[in-house]
Design a protein around this ligand. Structure first.
Ligand code: PBG
Ligand code: ZN
Length: 334
């Protein structure tokens, strides 16, 4: 018997829609472009100077001046949003993370400089968390028994957010995973007249080994213990929906799932229960793994980066926070 097309069940031929590049583009469902990308920045407590991050090739820590230059360049590529992570002056870390609420600290200074130079052309978001500023490296305050205390941490986080808002931040991004911090921050911002400063909440943040390179960069590793009593257990997904809905109820404007690639199912789950914009954080370890394999010639970086970013969007992320943003746009990978 000859193999005749009409013998195919239902005569379905999906390959018709894959025959040429133009047809594939025509029926493509998912796009990623500069409008939806956020570039993270590590900010040093200095005016000048930069530092390399050995585990994150292509990413620098920058003092204020090189930061401004970098952001100007990135704006030229279409990157209109930054997420700032600060590092305090040497020797200033303490148990409650005091340098985090210094109105003349690293992040407030950077925010002021960025808003002065770029105004409304740039959306400035700041990470709000204590771990880079506490001597113990935890995201909240710790009691004598080594317990990370929830409610006493809220005031510090709200103060930190207000200091960033005072400096001119457009959005603050709490990444600490204390219960009730979105509401505490919303209340503090509103009480201080910052009604229009938004909250991009790290709503669904798992205790992940993929944060390793970031902790080197931000010098924010806990000196004792782990973050498992506040960040989420990656065996759970119903809890992700619960956290997302709580943050929405507490007043978050944008929700986030973090990390991204091993959590595409979570992105999809959260997307189905919220009308808020959803961000995915393509974290440091996900970046470093791709860079390391690409450096060895084991992966085609351009194609892998595009595939990863598209996958996050396909899963339901509206916004992508990714260290790949600059290079992907510069090289035309998207
Ligand atoms: C601070 C914070 C972390 C990241 C973002 N904010 C580290 C952590 O929770 O240990 C991770 C980002 C990345 O890995 O790129 N709480
Ligand atoms: Zn933290």
């Amino acid at each position: 018997m000859t193999n005749h097309p009409t013998s195919l069940p239902g005569r379905e031929r999906p390959r018709r829609l894959r025959r040429t590049g133009a047809i594939r583009d025509l029926v493509s469902e998912t796009m990623v472009g500069s409008d939806n990308l956020i570039m993270p920045h590590f900010v040093l407590p200095t005016e000048t100077g930069t530092g390399e991050i050995p585990s994150m090739p292509g990413i620098l820590k920058n003092g204020i001046k090189p930061l401004l230059d970098q952001v100007e360049n990135d704006l030229g590529l279409g990157i209109k949003t930054v997420m700032l992570f600060g590092t305090p002056e040497e020797g200033t870390k303490d148990p409650v993370g005091s340098p985090a609420v210094d109105s003349n600290g690293t992040v407030p200074r950077a925010v002021k400089a960025l808003k002065e130079r770029f105004g409304k052309d740039l959306i400035v978001m700041t990470d709000v968390c204590l771990c880079a500023y506490t001597d113990h490296g935890h995201c909240g305050v710790v009691n004598n028994n080594g317990v990370i205390e929830n409610d006493p941490s809220l005031k510090h986080l709200a103060d930190m957010a207000r200091v960033h808002a005072d400096a001119g931040a457009d959005f603050v991004g709490p990444s600490d995973m204390m219960d009730g911090r979105v509401q505490a921050i919303r209340d503090e911002l509103d009480a201080r007249g910052h009604n229009d400063v938004g909250i991009i909440s790290y709503s669904v943040k798992y205790a992940s080994a993929y944060y390793g390179p970031f902790r080197d960069a931000a010098d924010s590793s806990p000196s004792g213990g782990t973050r498992e009593s506040y960040q989420m257990d990656f065996r759970n997904s119903r809890e992700a929906v619960r956290e997302a809905l709580l943050d929405e109820a507490e007043g978050a404007d944008i929700l986030m799932v973090k990390p991204a690639l091993a959590y595409l199912d979570i992105i999809k789950d959260v997307k189905t229960v919220t009308q808020l914009p959803l961000a995915a954080y393509n974290v440091s370890g996900e970046y470093s793994a791709v860079k390391a394999a690409a450096e060895r010639g084991w992966l085609d970086e351009a194609r892998v980066v595009r595939e990863n970013l598209i996958a996050m969007r396909r899963a339901g992320a509206d916004i992508l926070i990714t260290y790949h943003a600059r290079e992907a746009l510069k090289q035309g990978w998207l």
